[in-house]
Design a protein around this ligand. Structure first.
Ligand code: ADP
Length: 300
């Protein structure tokens, strides 16, 4: 595993909200007849001020670019002190109000201004968001039903996905969410999102409530599924070792009003999450990021 820390210096002032029109993709350095693909996600000097009697600036001048890689999407973790605006950034990409729309700057998905939530973006939260009255397979197939897929077809797909996420087709398909452990419920949530093949997966502390062993198993599962899916993943976590294991890139945000302070690029090692816990180079990386984070959280 090798890593490389690049400080980023967002400096430009907030821009006005641009009209909802396609934006020209950035020019490719290589002359080619192939159309250059715009980045998956691009934030340009994005700010968010929450309204109310006392307006509050949650994030300002947030800028980063996630390129569209031909082989597989990028796995990006967002780290930062509580309240620095991580969920604001994630839910803006999701197109969920009131975080969406931004107050200033541009949020572009595939070169276009972000639109309200749609199934091109999957979302998994920390709290288990299954439908309590539906069986496990029906929960997983829910989005397919919304798309009008016939029952037999969607059930077959849901059962395949149960297997992919490590649930038993025979034992678990007809259980209700309250009959599952926390880890199993997050497996359902992941299957329910990935079955729709989203280009972008948004995950807000999905493993935050799991015990340490289940958490490592879920990290391995997620990486294996992600390698198959070719989607770009945005993942919020407070666990620095989780971020260092999962990420191709970590974005570290400053305390509120949040902005991107650092980008850390990480090369994958191919080891499992539990092997990495014992890897000295990995431990050094975690320590280095933790030190940086602790300085951010210290009062001046
Ligand atoms: P994080 O995910 O890093 O903990 P959030 O994005 O949830 O941070 O919130 C950033 C800041 O914006 C926090 O101070 C929070 O209280 C505030 N905030 C979040 N949502 C709202 C809202 N709907 N209205 C007003 N303030 C909000």
């Amino acid at each position: 595993m090798s890593t490389d820390i690049d400080p980023s210096h967002p400096t430009a002032s907030d821009a006005a909200i641009a009209p909802a029109s396609p934006v020209a993709p950035s020019a490719s350095p290589i002359a080619s007849t192939a159309k250059p693909t715009p980045p998956v996600v691009e934030f340009r000097n994005v700010g968010k001020v929450y309204g109310g009697a006392k307006p509050f600036t949650a994030i300002k001048n947030v800028s980063f670019t996630i390129e569209d890689r031909p082989d597989h999407g990028e796995f990006v973790c967002i780290l930062g002190p509580s309240g620095c605006g991580k969920s604001t950034v994630l839910r803006m990409i999701a197109g969920l109000a009131p975080q969406y729309p931004q107050s200033s700057g541009d949020v572009l998905l595939f070169g276009r201004q972000v639109a309200p939530a749609a199934s091109d973006r999957g979302m998994v939260f920390q709290d288990y968001t299954s439908f309590d009255h539906l069986h496990v397979w029906e929960n997983i197939a829910f989005g397919l039903e919304c798309r009008g897929m016939p029952r037999t077809e969607r059930k077959a797909l849901a059962l395949d996905w149960m297997q992919k996420v490590g649930l038993s087709r025979e034992k678990d398909a007809y259980k209700y969410p309250h009959q599952l452990s926390g880890g199993m419920r997050q497996r359902v949530a992941i299957a329910r999102s990935l079955i729709l093949k989203p280009r972008i997966m948004l995950m807000d502390e999905p493993f935050g409530a799991l015990d340490p062993a289940t958490r490592l198993a879920m990290q391995d599962l997620l990486i294996n599924l992600w390698k198959e899916q070719q989607s770009s993943v945005f993942f919020i976590t407070h666990a620095i070792d989780e971020a260092c294991f999962l990420s191709d890139r970590i974005l570290i945000m400053s305390p509120a009003p949040g902005t991107i302070l650092r980008e850390i690029k990480i090369e994958r090692s191919g080891k499992t999450a539990s092997e990495m816990q014992r890897d000295p180079e990995f431990q050094n990386r975690v320590f280095e990021v933790r030190e940086f984070m602790e300085k951010l959280e210290q009062p001046e």
